[in-house]
Design a protein around this ligand. Sequence first.
Ligand code: SF4
Ligand code: SF4
Length: 338
Amino acid sequence: MKSITHDNLLKLLAGLADEGKIVYAPVRKGQKVFFAPVQNMQPVVFDYIQTTESPKLVLFPRYEPLISFEYQGKEVKVDDPSAAAPAERVLFGSRPCDAMALKRLAEFFDRDIPDALIAGRQKALTVISMSCIKADADCFCTSTGSSPGDICGSDILLTPVENNGYAAEILTGKGASIADRCSSLFSEIPEIRKEQYLAKVEKAFSHEEVRKKLSHAFDHDIWNGASLRCIGCGACAFVCPMCSCFDIQEEGTAKKGSRVRCWDSCGFSLFTLHTSGHNPRHNQSERWRQRVMHKFSYQPEAAELTGCVGCGRCSRACPSDMNLKEQLQDIAANVETV
Ligand code: SF4
Ligand code: SF4
């Protein structure tokens, strides 16, 4: 097994940035921690439980042109961003739940008609994750199929161990190419039991059980009570690593314009509003039900993908104190299956 010291880890990341890769890492802004591109490693932070926003923007940006055009005389110049080679990116400091979420998100966008922009970005992305040695009451990864030391979706997984160092699991060819190129920064150590260093996250419910219960819950009263506080602000969707709703807009003029994709949320009242004025989800409880059903029932049934990794960001970000983990526990405990 390999290990790396803290100083060598900073050298590794600085070296990757010097090679021209875009290195995203957690940095502090005020009281909060966000992923941002870094060139030098001085602002990178290590003492956080979870970043406020997820790293999904490395695959699925908040706003991006899908195609642009411009008239030049009688000629039309068309710019198709999916034709360009995506920038090589490194995501450092993602938690195991985030790495799993990015893998699932890429799989989601690869279904039916594969999304070339997102597939290209995933191919050019190397994920160096950090196991969790601390968790808080909002974390519920162990209820959704992940765990504080899960390797899924990471190319390299680091686990903080003694003496200011990290055990390094090199998990994929992308990870091996970095570890081989920078072999002088790593040491060989005997195999360790990393579980002794990991945060303990008690299982709060079974997602298989919730999925079964939800198939009987569409008309259940539980949705009315659950959504009373929700103001439909969409914060939960925007911080979520797995929320994939987007809108397509046309911008510009007849001479120059773009078709753009931007994040959206099924929690917004405009999301399903028809031009006629009819809204098939006309109240907030129906929108909240859609959010939970899509993640824990429809998506698992359609694609064997649970749309939540239990990162807890939605509960931390909600201005109305909606708590997804508690609501799922409530569904698991109180919805009948007959
Ligand atoms: S963040 Fe809270 S209030 Fe806002 S839409 Fe989500 S659940 Fe509703
Ligand atoms: S629904 Fe909430 S807990 Fe689940 S992945 Fe999204 S932000 Fe994290």
